[in-house]
Design a protein around this ligand. Structure first.
Ligand code: FES
Length: 158
């Protein structure tokens, strides 16, 4: 009789543990990220292209790949940016729409960026001119080339 009760108690505890797993997992992850918050970008610089390859009037689409450290994990990141030069300064805009994150495309004939998802439109400076996006396209800081002819560098957010 005692063996039977022990088995029942054990099975009850085991089933309770299994049922609680979906609740325990996220709580543990939240605790770990609180104790060791993941860097947003990890900081650092990424060489892009030389200044003379960035057009002055039209934005140039640039695909970017790098690895960032997120807590104990390494994550491959892929981004598409639009680069445009104003003299020696470079404007780098994210291609991610600030509404729900769809990729915007540059429309050469209209000289603006259009989002195919819900009709968001941004001007050449990345400011919203139509549609639901709540704010301008994100901008990335660009560092000048270290030497003449060297690539400009994208400063990652920390
Ligand atoms: S995601 Fe771009 S307008 Fe909605």
């Amino acid at each position: 009789m005692n063996d039977r009760n022990d088995r029942r108690t054990f099975l009850g505890a085991f089933v309770s543990f299994l049922l609680a797993l979906p609740l325990i997992g996220p709580a543990l992850l939240a605790l770990v990220s609180f104790v060791s918050p993941a860097p947003r970008e990890g900081g650092g610089e990424i060489p892009l292209i030389p200044l003379d390859q960035i057009p002055e009037g039209e934005p140039k689409r640039v695909r970017l790949q790098y690895v960032r450290q997120v807590g104990p994990y390494r994550e491959e990141v892929e981004k598409v940016l639009y680069l445009r030069r104003k003299g020696d300064e470079v404007l780098a805009l994210s291609s991610e729409c600030t509404h729900l994150g769809c990729p915007v495309r540059y429309k050469k004939d209209k000289k603006h960026f259009a989002c195919p998802c819900h009709g968001g439109v941004f001007n050449l400076e990345g400011e919203r001119i139509e549609g639901p996006p709540p704010r301008p396209l994100d901008r990335y800081p660009i560092l000048p080339p270290e030497t003449k002819g060297a690539p400009v560098r994208l400063q990652l957010k920390v």
